[in-house]
Design a protein around this ligand. Structure first.
Ligand code: 2AM
Ligand code: CA
Length: 266
């Protein structure tokens, strides 16, 4: 029942994002108005989701990108109303609404909906993952050279000195190529259905990955931090089809040790 409710509200939220974008009519708006649109759309979508969840499950907690954390402790709905805001502003299809449901800190249900693509990724703990209702699974590729990976540069927006560029430089020559959608939730969902072999990023927030993490693991993939442990703060994440995971950990942990070692010498 929770899953039907989750599906209903995420599909409606996705429609809301399309309606907002239609309202400003594509490119005939300046940069500032586009930013305002994102803020307005983000808030409206999150308000809608929070309102629906509170009405249906008054005892549940909610953690949203816009409104922060409130409500009960046992269950928590982790919401990103628009993941991939830059893609959204620029009229690209790679953005999504992302909702993960946790019980006592463990993910039990998740949905990521990319409205322009009309693709709904869902997962339930122990029951697998689906794309538009059909079961999905990760790719079987085990060779890094033949792997297509995704990453992101969330860290650059905050001008962080320790950022993704050295990792990017190290990995790119060792793989087939990179894709950069701008939505971590879409990247993770793409691993789950075999379109990507892996993804890594630094500095992600819980609402960027709460849903995608369960979708990847339920599709047979693996999600860890750069050392192979549980993903936590500060938001380091490696997600893969499982087969290239150890190779990714080796590259990323070596690169990290090198960067931190060099910083230590400064
Ligand atoms: P957003 O679009 O909701 O901000 C892409 O690299 C991922 O990073 C997206 O999930 C994006 O989510 C997130 N992101 C972009 N800029 C960020 C920032 N400054 N801090 C944290 N996350 C960011
Ligand atoms: Ca986000």
């Amino acid at each position: 029942m929770m899953n039907e409710f989750l599906r209903d509200i995420i599909l409606r939220a996705g429609q809301m994002t399309l309606e907002f974008r239609r309202k400003v009519g594509g490119l005939a708006v300046d940069r500032k108005s586009k930013k305002d649109l994102v803020t307005e759309a983000d808030r409206a979508v999150e308000d809608y989701l929070v309102g629906q969840i509170q009405r249906k499950y008054p005892s549940h907690g909610i953690f949203g990108e816009e409104t922060g954390k409130h409500g009960g402790d046992e269950f928590c709905w982790v919401i990103d109303p628009i993941d991939g805001t830059t893609s959204y502003i620029h009229g690209q299809p790679f953005y999504s609404v992302s909702i993960g449901v946790q019980q006592n800190g463990r993910a039990i249900a998740a949905a990521v909906y990319a409205p322009v693509l009309d693709e709904l990724f869902e997962a339930q703990a122990g029951k697998g993952a689906t794309l538009n209702g059909e079961p999905i699974g990760v790719s079987k590729e085990s060779c890094l050279e033949d792997s297509l990976l995704a990453t992101g540069f969330a860290c650059m927006r905050d001008n962080q000195v320790y950022n993704n560029l050295p990792f990017f430089q190290r990995i790119l020559p060792q793989i087939r190529d990179i894709r950069r959608t701008g939505s971590a939730a879409v990247d993770l969902s793409y691993i789950a259905c075999g379109r990507l072999e892996g993804f890594w990023e630094l500095n992600l927030k819980p609402y960027d990955i709460a849903a995608g993490e369960l979708i990847v693991t339920e599709a047979g993939g693996r999600v860890t931090d750069f050392a192979g442990g549980v993903v936590g703060l500060p938001g380091e994440i490696i997600a893969t089809n499982g087969h290239i995971h150890d190779a990714m950990i080796a590259i990323l942990s070596q690169t990290k040790a090198q960067i931190l070692g060099e910083k230590g010498k400064e």
